[in-house]
Design a protein around this ligand. Structure first.
Ligand code: AMP
Length: 221
């Protein structure tokens, strides 16, 4: 049986992170914890968190660290993640979030932090054409030739264009990534837990690189 895993997948939005996270979660049989999906669910449910998050997300800004850390702390205390592990997608996004995560995971540390590396110029176009399944989180890049563009090929769920995928919000999010999220690369490489994965190429090949890197990180030295 394939062992579980405790992973973070970092990377610019549009790098193919969401799709690879879905695949990794199936491969290692662990929950895919996407903080963006959790916030979008709160928006749909119209909770207090959702109303606040929608405003912040539509502007392409980040939700406050304390709120995000609280959400993730709660999720990582559930039996499924305590047992087999998890894959974190979209968290941490700032150094204070990473520090809080270190404290949350002190007893069961991460196996490895993967950075899916795709240059900024390459992701802009992909993001504008991005569609995402509301139910299973599979990402698509629309090219106009789809037979059923709004039905998910994986689970049959509703495929949607994200409200925050406007050119202005995308550009702003990529700036925020450089300012607030890219310092995480240094943070994790200093702690010796980072593996940088080339995100260019066929998605199957990128997936193979990701799983090989997780396996290598877990091999006893
Ligand atoms: P994502 O689906 O990961 O692109 O997240 C969509 C939006 O949710 C982001 O642009 C942020 O506004 C918000 N968000 C998701 N995760 C976080 C986080 N860890 N910290 C702050 N804001 C977040």
């Amino acid at each position: 049986m394939i062992p579980g895993a405790r992973l973070i997948l970092l990377g610019r939005q549009g790098a193919g992170k969401g799709t690879q996270c879905v695949r990794l979660s199936r491969h290692f049989v662990v929950p895919h914890i996407s903080t963006g999906d959790m916030l979008r669910a709160a928006v749909r449910e119209g909770t207090e968190l959702g109303v606040m998050a929608k405003r912040v997300m539509d502007q392409g800004n980040l939700v406050g660290d304390d709120i995000m850390v609280g959400i993730v702390r709660e999720r990582l205390s559930q039996p499924d993640t305590m047992g087999r592990g998890y894959i974190l997608d979209g968290f941490p996004r700032t150094v204070p979030q990473a520090m809080a995560l270190d404290e949350i995971t002190a007893e069961l540390p991460l196996d490895v932090v993967l950075d899916l590396d795709v240059p900024r110029e390459m992701v802009l176009e992909r993001l504008s054409a991005r569609r995402v399944c509301r139910d299973c989180g599979t990402n698509y890049v629309a090219n106009g030739s789809e037979k059923h563009p709004w039905i998910c090929e994986v689970c049959g769920g509703d495929v949607m264009h994200r409200d925050d995928d406007t050119p202005e919000a995308i550009d702003h999010r990529l700036d925020l990534y450089e300012q607030q999220t890219s310092p995480l690369i240094e943070y994790y490489s200093e702690h010796g837990r980072l593996a940088v994965i080339d995100g260019l190429g066929h998605p199957d090949e990128v997936f193979r690189r990701l799983t090989a890197s997780v396996d290598a990180a877990r091999r006893p030295t």
